[in-house]
Design a protein around this ligand. Structure first.
Ligand code: PHE
Length: 330
């Protein structure tokens, strides 16, 4: 009877063992070398031989019960420990990361990209030229000789390099016309966006460093009608189909005839966008192109002003103040 209650107590201890370590300790206390049940075995010797057999049998049964209980508990605890470890080492791949904000392209870059897209869609390719130019590309090849008063209208920033007034920051993207015609045989259909520079003081409508996009088409039988049609298609693609365009007579030394082109505003006014015209024969000749065989048109306008119009900014300087609070709105 004593043995029975011992087994029951042992089983309770075993099944209440909270973890594998304490289970091992309990096991040692029961069936280890000096364990309670092991100790009992030693008392068998003092029994009479006929009693010894029966007592030995029940002791063995009791030992077997306890050992089995320990095995069962050990399995349960081992499984629980494994589950706990898996839980603690689990990677939560569904975790929502902190709401880090991604930046975006600058307004002017967005406008420039869209312009390129529209013109590429119309069959143009994109050309580029350097921001520092010689007098040949910025003026002379464009039919603006040194004595020409038109030089004065381009408030040029000269660079301290070579002969005086020989090297300068380009005052417009028109030099890319010359570079393209020098390097490429007609037919030519290019647009050339890029930075341009004048001595203008920055104010609400001017920047000393600004962006233009130049267009140049050289092909056979090209005339003013092609120019007007191209500008109209571009403006409708860029601003929408309700926007109208018009050409106003103007003067540029490198085009003849020359015009300013305007677009209509929702309020019914006209807004000047840029200059354009039929490429002057002298310019073609300067680039080794025969004006009898090839004709063309060119246009150029400010990208920054376009961004100002598109987003209805009050002040063009916002584009270069680089205030993130302002820029992140667009
Ligand atoms: N380059 C001229 C300007 O900056 C614009 C223009 C380009 C005019 C091409 C005619 C043809 O004002």
């Amino acid at each position: 009877m004593e043995l029975e209650s011992l087994v029951r107590r042992a089983e309770t201890q075993v099944f209440e063992a909270p973890d594998l370590d304490s289970l091992a300790e309990i096991e040692r206390g029961l069936v280890g070398k000096k364990g309670e049940l092991t100790q009992l075995k030693k008392t068998l010797g003092s029994l009479a031989p006929d009693e010894r057999r029966a007592a030995g049998q029940s002791l063995n049964d009791a030992l077997g019960q306890v050992v089995e209980a320990v095995q069962v508990r050990r399995k349960t605890l081992a499984t629980a420990a494994e589950v706990a470890q898996l839980q603690s080492e689990r990677l939560d791949l569904t975790e929502v990361m902190s709401n880090e904000r991604r930046g975006h392209l600058h307004l002017v870059t967005q406008a420039r990209d869209r312009l390129e897209d529209v013109f590429v869609g119309m069959g143009f390719t994109v050309a580029e030229g350097p921001e520092v130019e010689t007098a040949w590309y910025n003026f002379e090849a464009l039919n603006i000789p040194e004595w020409h008063p038109a030089r004065g209208t381009f408030d040029t920033i000269f660079v301290d390099l070579g002969e005086p007034e020989e090297v300068m920051m380009r005052a417009h993207t028109s030099p890319v016309q010359i570079r393209t015609m020098e390097n490429q045989k007609p037919p030519i259909y290019i647009v050339a966006p890029g930075r341009t520079f004048r001595t203008d003081t920055a104010d609400a409508t001017h920047l000393p460093a600004f962006n233009q996009i130049e267009g140049l088409v050289i092909d056979r039988g090209i005339g003013l009608g092609d120019l007007a049609g191209t500008i109209d298609s571009f403006v409708k693609a860029f601003f929408g189909h309700d926007v109208k365009t018009r050409l106003r007579p103007s003067y540029f030394p490198f085009t003849e005839p020359s015009a300013e082109f305007d677009i209509s505003t929702p309020s019914g006014d006209w807004l000047e966008l840029g200059g354009c015209g039929v490429v002057h024969p002298a310019v073609l000749q300067n680039c080794g192109i025969d004006p009898e065989e090839w004709q063309g048109f060119a246009f150029g306008f400010g990208i920054d002003r376009l961004a100002v119009m598109r987003y209805q900014l009050d002040d063009i300087r916002e584009l270069v103040n680089n205030d993130v609070r302002f820029l992140s709105q667009f």
